[in-house]
Design a protein around this ligand. Structure first.
Ligand SMILES: [Zn+2]
Ligand SMILES: [Zn+2]
Length: 111
């Protein structure tokens, strides 16, 4: 992915669960993202998950705990006992909203 140009680390202003199957992230720059838990688990950057492709069990995609670690990392604990740590850089790259998919380098200007 070619988002390597932006030097500023995205920071999280708010974090919340959206229903049972997604989380919402409000970024300090005004952007908002919705991440389906399934995507977050499948994109888990830890060595175990990178090596083992696709864990689709229901337990593996049920969230037990969601926490911010400061404003530059997010911690997720899953019902199958797995733990995932995302830096905000990794998380922001996972955003699939229209803005991020089409123009990842364009500054977000709120209309
Ligand atoms: Zn993992
Ligand atoms: Zn986005």
């Amino acid at each position: 992915m070619a988002i390597g140009k932006s030097k500023t680390v995205p920071r999280i202003r708010g974090l919340n669960e959206v229903g049972r199957y997604a989380i919402g992230v409000q970024w300090a720059d005004g952007h908002e993202s919705i991440f389906p838990l399934r995507n977050l688990r499948n994109a888990c950057p830890c060595n175990t998950c990178v090596a083992a492709e696709g864990n689709d069990s229901a337990e593996s995609q049920r969230l037990l705990q969601l926490s911010r670690l400061g404003d530059s990392a997010v911690y997720l604990a899953w019902a199958d006992g797995h733990e995932t740590l995302y830096t905000t850089v990794q998380l922001r790259e996972l955003c699939r909203c229209a803005l991020c998919v089409q123009e990842p380098e364009r500054p977000i200007t709120g209309n």
